[in-house]
Design a protein around this ligand. Structure first.
Ligand SMILES: Nc1ncnc2c1ncn2[C@@H]1O[C@H](COP(=O)(O)OP(=O)(O)OP(=O)(O)O)[C@@H](O)[C@H]1O
Ligand SMILES: [Mg+2]
Length: 313
């Protein structure tokens, strides 16, 4: 018997545009044309250079600005419908809060906006502060927060009412590597709980392992979109060998390769198939080089991005 599974769509947009103005050459500024679908339970990444329209997209999805043209739905409701806001959490870029509140006071304030209160709110405040690693520092006032702490409390605020869909604008901007890794861990945990996460970022290395699906924006338009795995898949059947110590004398050992690319002290050598790659790796090892990895060829999100935006970063 054939089984059908229904894919729920959390966000969809159709030729969505928000044009603020035009530049000196008459080109539209803002979001020019966005058509996308975000499946429920996914981490969806919207990536693009500065000024490509990521924050504008978030503002449209949140109903903070209205489209110039096009349409969209969030959790089955038209853009801007206040009813869906109860199920939305938003982490703005560089969150800003009242300086003289501490973490629990701040979350009590936000909880009251969602008509939460009593022991249910106290319990939830503890849960979200533990989740973002701020429970121990709950009495510290916002004015004394580091950038990373502000970002964490921004996330706690967005999660307080246990929303289905969480929208985040550059959630790890300005964080140290440990802080950024902690936020990524929380994002993955949210997906495990079945939440949908819509992430905007220009940090491609961070988005690559995190997102299930990605759309690349450039000049307000989507130039590539698809499942991360499919976008990063290399040419059919090609294999790559990552090698250290590929000297001039050893170049003959990789003469049959499709391409040889230096990457710092290493080289990435791409062969037409697995057999050629294994034979090449053998020759490299016999010649004294160190083979670090042999496997199916895969592109990085950065390469896909550069290809998609025509070399401009
Ligand atoms: N309120 C506004 N008035 C006029 N132009 C605006 C306004 N907000 C954004 N823009 C313009 O719209 C374009 C898209 O801006 P947006 O903030 O959405 O980009 P972004 O991808 O979020 O950039 P960044 O990576 O720098 O955060 C830019 O050219 C910007 O100058
Ligand atoms: Mg932005």
């Amino acid at each position: 018997m054939r089984r059908w599974s229904v894919i729920a769509i959390a966000i969809q947009t159709q030729n969505l545009a928000k044009i603020y103005t035009t530049d000196s050459e008459g080109r539209p500024l803002g979001l020019v044309d966005l058509t996308l679908a975000v499946e429920s339970g996914q981490i969806f990444g919207l990536v693009g250079p500065n000024g490509s329209g990521k924050t504008t997209t978030l503002k449209l999805l949140l109903g903070l600005v209205f489209p110039t043209s096009g349409s969209g739905e969030v959790l089955g409701l038209p853009l801007g419908d206040p009813a869906c806001k109860e199920q939305l959490g938003f982490v703005p870029e560089g969150p800003y809060f009242y300086d003289y509140l501490n973490a629990t006071e701040l979350l009590h304030f936000y909880g009251s906006l969602y008509r939460m209160g009593g022991s249910q709110l106290n319990k939830r405040i503890q849960e979200v502060l533990e989740l973002v690693g701020m429970w121990e520092r709950r009495v510290l006032k916002v004015v004394n927060y580091s950038r990373g702490m502000l970002q964490r409390i921004g996330l706690a605020q967005a999660l307080l009412h246990d929303p289905e869909l969480i929208l985040m604008d550059e959630p790890t901007a300005g964080l140290d590597p440990i802080g950024a890794a902690q936020i990524r861990k929380v994002i993955i945990r949210l997906r495990e709980e079945g939440k949908t996460i819509f992430l905007c970022s220009h940090l491609l290395k961070e988005m690559e392992p995190l997102c299930d699906t990605v759309a690349i924006l450039n000049d307000g338009m989507v130039c590539r979109q698809g499942r991360m795995k499919e976008l990063l898949a290399g040419e059919d059947g090609q294999y790559m060998v990552r090698v250290r110590g590929l000297s001039e004398e050893l170049k003959g050992a990789v003469a049959s390769a499709v391409s040889v690319q230096p990457e710092g002290e290493e080289h990435l050598v791409v062969f037409a198939n697995d057999k050629a790659a294994l034979a090449g790796a053998d020759r490299l090892v016999n010649g004294g080089a160190t083979v670090l990895h042999v496997g199916p060829q895969r592109r990085s999100l950065e390469e896909v991005f550069i290809d998609a935006v025509g070399g401009e970063i």
